[in-house]
Design a protein around this ligand. Structure first.
Ligand code: DP6
Length: 329
């Protein structure tokens, strides 16, 4: 039977429309720039945390299997912040399950650390505000601070730990968009985002990208609030291309696009020029996120499935906030 030291939470991943790439402080995950995202329904991570004094050390199950040591260490570090805040010393058992492939350009660390933060705080008896939860989630994985909220979300870069957190820009029912994700690879990426953020500063293009970010944030905010699809398409594609320009010019270079990625990006631009409302954005992986009005998702999905190299298409409407759920089992 779960004791009062057990809690379970569910969180969704999010897709960044204005991307987070590079940190001013890698340990605290204070980002080099602010970012804006859309939380994704249908895809989810469910995590149960149980503090148990009888355990010798923290235990982590990922999709039913013992987690690799590196992942366990990262989760332990996160639990340590929460335990020290709650004045707790017990080891924890963490059981985390996601319904989508991890490490392939769908931000699994965002939903994972958002769900872990909400469950671990509740199990520790901490009653935190959304702002506090977002700041804590940020320390586990930067993009996780945005998954605390549903709908359209802005992460303020801030100056320090206290001022760097995500806030709601518009709720999930503000605009019926969908993210139609074309999977061209299920392979875990060779270089993860954490290492990528460290490399960002080595690109001579990062300074230009950062200098222009306030302008892109303004354009994106305005397009989201006005439900201006063409405006959002222009700024989101530009922002994705600017991040990948930094990636391929970092030392050593990071090339996440595959030939299929580029083929899909071209196809999406062609479809838009023919009148279909759709734009692409690509995270730290080869898969292509195609955003469109929810009413066009079947058409976009069918067109993507017809392209060579597309293994699978996953569709996600706009999702809700991270939340506590009943513990099962
Ligand atoms: C390309 O949040 O995954 O998806 O803080 O090291 O966990 P860590 O990095 P992470 O980086 C996300 C990078 C991105 C862009 C974005 O989601 O903003």
């Amino acid at each position: 039977m779960p004791s009062s030291r057990t809690a379970s939470a569910l969180a969704h991943p999010n897709i960044a429309l204005i991307k987070y790439w590079g940190n001013r402080d890698d340990d605290l995950r204070l980002p080099a720039n602010g970012s804006i995202s859309m939380t994704l329904d249908a895809l989810e991570t469910r995590t149960t945390v149980s503090y148990d004094p009888a355990l010798k050390a923290d235990e982590l199950l990922l999709n039913g299997e013992t987690a690799p040591a590196g992942v366990l260490r990262r989760v332990q570090g996160h639990l340590d912040w929460i335990r020290s805040r709650a004045g707790l010393t017990s080891p924890a058992r963490v059981d985390s399950r996601s319904n989508f492939p991890s490490g392939a350009g769908i931000a699994s660390s965002a939903s994972a650390f958002a769900a872990l933060t909400v469950a671990a705080c509740a199990a520790a008896g901490l009653d935190l505000t959304l702002e506090e939860l977002s700041r804590l989630a940020r320390r586990g994985s930067g993009s996780a601070c945005r998954s605390i909220h549903g709908g359209f979300v802005e992460w303020h870069a801030g100056e320090d730990d206290a001022t760097s957190f995500a806030e709601l820009l518009a709720p999930s029912d503000h605009w019926e968009l969908a993210d139609v994700i074309a999977l061209v690879s299920h392979q875990p990426k060779l270089v993860g985002s954490t290492e990528g953020h460290i490399r960002a500063a080595s690109s001579p293009l990062q300074a230009g990208r950062l200098a222009d970010t306030p302008r892109r944030l303004r354009l994106c905010r305005k397009a989201v609030l006005a439900r201006d699809f063409a405006g959002l398409a222009n700024v989101a594609e530009l922002d994705s291309n600017m991040m990948h320009s930094v990636m391929i010019t970092s030392a050593p270079p990071l090339a996440y696009w595959s030939p299929e990625t580029l083929r899909l990006m071209h196809a999406v631009v062609d479809w838009r020029s023919e009148g279909l409302q759709v734009f692409y954005t690509v995270d730290a992986g080869p898969n292509v996120h195609c955003l469109c009005p929810a009413g066009d998702q079947a058409e976009v999905s069918a067109r993507l499935m017809d392209l060579p190299g597309v293994h699978q298409v996953v569709t996600a409407p706009v999702g809700g906030a991270a939340r506590l759920v009943p513990t099962v089992g």
